[in-house]
Design a protein around this ligand. Structure first.
Ligand SMILES: Nc1ncnc2c1ncn2[C@@H]1O[C@H](COP(=O)(O)OP(=O)(O)OP(=O)(O)O)[C@@H](O)[C@H]1O
Ligand SMILES: [Mg+2]
Length: 200
């Protein structure tokens, strides 16, 4: 009997809230016939919420429990590709299961507009905008998963279709994986906009 061991691809899509993760990750999952996991929905469905951050009015997930559950899901998946969408994906998928991590980036001027359209205001808006300006998701992904698998993708001004094609090109080896391609703080400094955009 020949045993074929097919390795699954596990692709994480992370980035600041509102950057476009879900829109892009869902398209990518369709193109790859992949299992799509939205971590916010997953945590709710599998009772992985540990409590509430009252100040931020957001849910805090139990990372340890989520990690165990995610590994179970990856192992049980019949699909050969799994797309995991969420800004803490890097923290809940053990490194050895991860094929690639895409950190989506969006110019803070455009991101602020999208956040406002989605109803973000006050501290929630400024904290998330500061996270994008200061590369928080990128730094966290690198710290948790190392350099080799992390790619950044600047989605500013791109349609979801275009961004998805770029991800497919990197996965297919037709494009290189890069990090360090945006410098929002430098851009804001040049435009004299730091005080207007970085309020925290
Ligand atoms: N490529 C794009 N160009 C312009 N607008 C977009 C693009 N992708 C998504 N959007 C819009 O930006 C908003 C945020 O998109 P989306 O929900 O995909 O982001 P997200 O990163 O998943 O956010 P969250 O972290 O809150 O889940 C939505 O209103 C969506 O319609
Ligand atoms: Mg989302």
């Amino acid at each position: 009997m020949i045993l074929t061991v097919m390795k699954k691809s596990v692709i994480l899509i992370t980035g600041t809230p509102c950057v476009g993760k879900t829109t892009i990750a869902q398209r990518l999952a369709e193109k790859l016939d992949a299992l799509y996991i939205n971590l916010t929905e997953y945590a709710e469905k599998h009772h992985l919420i540990a409590g509430e951050d009252e100040k931020r009015r957001t849910r805090v997930i139990d990372e340890e429990k989520t990690r165990i559950k995610i590994v179970e899901t990856i192992k049980a998946a019949k699909e050969t590709a799994i797309i995991i969408d969420g800004h803490y994906a890097h923290a809940v998928v053990p490194k050895r299961y991860v094929t690639r991590i895409f950190v989506l980036r969006r110019n803070p001027i455009e991101l602020k507009r999208l956040m406002e359209q989605r109803g973000f205001a006050g501290d929630k808006l400024w904290e998330n905008l500061a996270a994008e300006i200061l590369d928080v998701c990128l730094v966290e992904a690198l710290q948790a998963q190392g350099q080799e698998k992390v790619c950044e993708l600047d989605v500013t001004g791109k349609t979801a279709e275009e961004a998805t094609s770029e991800i497919l090109a990197v996965l297919g080896g037709r494009e290189k994986c890069f990090i360090g391609l945006v410098d929002w703080l430098g851009m804001l400094e040049k435009e004299n906009l730091v005080d207007e955009y970085l309020k925290i």
